[in-house]
Write a protein of this length. Structure first.
Ligand SMILES: Cc1cc2nc3c(=O)[nH]c(=O)nc-3n(C[C@H](O)[C@H](O)[C@H](O)COP(=O)(O)OP(=O)(O)OC[C@H]3O[C@@H](n4cnc5c(N)ncnc54)[C@H](O)[C@@H]3O)c2cc1C
Length: 481
């Protein structure tokens, strides 16, 4: 990966002056300066990107974030917001400048039970937000495998998806209000808990999914939902991806909104788990080419979800649409099934190099996409191993490619762009997107230019210039200036 620094380094004097001013503003716990201390903030967690920075600021209050941004702006030094560093596109990797970590800005400010909202600071870990909602008798439904370390500000900045999008939407749909430090150091207090507010441009949407390029999110008002009191989890074997799509339609008709997660798993994904993740075992007697892991939930305590599920599966079985199914009989069994799904990325990593494609398509086009893209990459690189899995209910497929067994990892990874291009071109031809939920960061800037219309790029550039004319807010991410 490119480790060039596109941001002009400030003079040593400026950097020293700035560090002294930041030290004075933030106190002894507020600034990290040694190479050892800043190392975790300049390395992307997979090691694909390594950057540099002058220092890491750790403000503990919104006013401190604003002060850091003001000081950096005055020195002409860029700032790079940092959450849990679990992003997958290099968006939080600094290319010079000052990293602003939200890790000390992590309070749950309050729960409004009647309004069904929770107000949290940007550095709150997603699992802590979920736990705070649960303690208040409610559900905050955003859920992803990185939830123990990603932070809500990062989730909002990347408009994260995860396994519950089908029922509750992306992060964008879960945010009612935001507090944001703007590139000039002013604070926009948009912390409103309103479900209706048609008062001109809805500015919060500019910052959601902007990957820290327009401002630093410091707090948010989030929607809460009724907690599920009944749930059913099943792993269902299907002969092909068309069968998975047909099962989705059948279940959607049968149980509607109760279908809260619907994930595609290929046999190779399970084989990777059995080989590398201790305690993972095949819940079925025979191997099948494709599986769907699904969950139904209801806020009613004794909702007969199980009956509806069994009936829909029996019909699908009779119609020849599914070949086997395991319905979890206990919470432990359900967790074991979900562990298989959540372990695929980890297990795949242990198979050597992995080129990740995070595409989305209209659900009707997913079978054609997987067939065409698999054939194309197999022609491009004989022996490549396609592991296509993920949130098929949302039309979102992680079309991940494992290196051929005998190939060197470095040689495979060097071919990332060619393979990504093949996959993204096919997604585009089928009216899909080259980046469904992971964003653009540095990794997909070239793709953005290739697949977005000129008019869209121009509008994005104008927005960026209007909000951040000095280009100090996470420069070089999403857009190339
Ligand atoms: C195992 C694993 C599973 C994952 N599963 C999913 C998944 O199912 N769905 C999904 O969408 N993603 C997934 N991801 C990707 C990642 O977890 C998400 O993108 C997450 O939302 C990033 O949050 P973070 O706090 O780690 O952000 P970071 O990685 O720290 O930052 C991500 C971007 O947001 C910016 N940013 C961070 N905080 C702020 C802030 N307060 N204000 C403004 N900008 C900010 C950064 O500058 C950067 O550009 C997964 C990652 C891993 C490692």
């Amino acid at each position: 990966m490119d480790t060039q620094d596109p941001v002009a380094a400030p003079s040593p004097l400026t950097a020293d002056d700035l560090r002294a001013a930041l030290r004075a503003a933030l106190g002894p716990r507020g600034l990290l300066e040694t190479a050892e201390d800043v190392a975790p903030y300049v390395h992307e967690h997979r090691g694909l990107f390594v950057g540099t920075c002058i220092a890491v600021a750790r403000p503990a209050a919104t006013a401190e974030v604003a002060e850091v941004v003001r000081l950096c702006g005055a020195a002409g030094v860029p700032v790079v917001p940092h959450g849990g560093n679990t992003g997958l596109v290099g968006g939080g990797v600094p290319r010079g400048g000052v990293v602003i970590s939200t890790e000390r800005l992590c309070r749950i400010r309050g729960v409004d039970v009647a309004n069904r909202t929770i107000t949290v600071e940007a550095g709150a870990i997603l699992a802590d937000v979920q736990a705070a909602a649960e303690a208040a008798g409610a559900l905050f439904p955003l859920s992803l495998a990185a939830e123990g370390s990603c932070r809500i500000g990062g989730n909002i900045a990347t408009n994260a998806g995860g396994i519950n999008v089908l029922r509750y939407g992306n992060t964008r749909e879960l945010v009612l209000g935001l507090e944001v430090v703007l590139p000039d150091g002013r604070v926009w207090d948009g912390l409103r808990g309103l479900r209706k507010n048609n008062t001109g441009y809805d500015l919060k949407h500019l910052f959601i999914g902007a990957e820290g390029t327009l401002g630093i999110i410091t707090a948010a008002v989030l929607k809460l939902f009724a907690r599920p009191r009944s749930s059913e989890t099943a792993l269902v074997a299907v002969t092909d991806v068309d069968g998975a799509v047909a099962l989705f339609q059948r279940l959607n008709d049968a149980v509607g909104d109760a279908l809260s997660a619907f994930e595609l798993i290929p046999r190779i994904g399970l084989d990777f788990c059995f080989a590398h993740i201790p305690g993972c075992a095949d819940p079925m007697a025979e191997a099948h080419p494709w599986y769907v892991l699904l969950r139904l939930t209801s806020p009613r305590r004794h909702d007969p979800l199980g009956d509806a599920l069994e009936a829909a599966l029996a019909e699908a079985f009779e119609a020849g649409a599914i070949t086997d199914a395991v319905v979890a009989q206990s919470e432990t069994q359900a967790l074991d099934l979900w562990r298989l799904r959540e372990s695929i990325s980890d297990a795949q990593r242990q198979e050597g190099g992995s080129v990740k494609n995070d595409v989305s398509l209209p659900l009707s086009q997913v079978p054609a996409f997987i067939a065409r893209a698999s054939a194309a990459v197999e022609v491009a690189m004989p022996g490549i191993r396609v592991c296509a899995f993920g949130h098929i209910g949302d039309g979102n497929i992680h079309f991940n490619l494992s290196q051929p067994v005998a190939m060197q990892r470095a040689a495979f990874m060097a071919d990332w762009q060619r393979l990504e291009r093949i996959v993204s071109d096919i997604a585009a031809e089928l009216d899909g997107s080259f980046s469904a939920e992971h964003g653009i960061g540095e990794l997909k800037r070239t793709s953005l230019l290739r697949y977005k219309e000129d008019v869209e790029i121009e509008l994005m550039q104008r927005l960026k210039r209007a909000l951040d004319p000095e280009a100090i807010m996470n420069p070089g991410k999403i857009l190339t200036f």
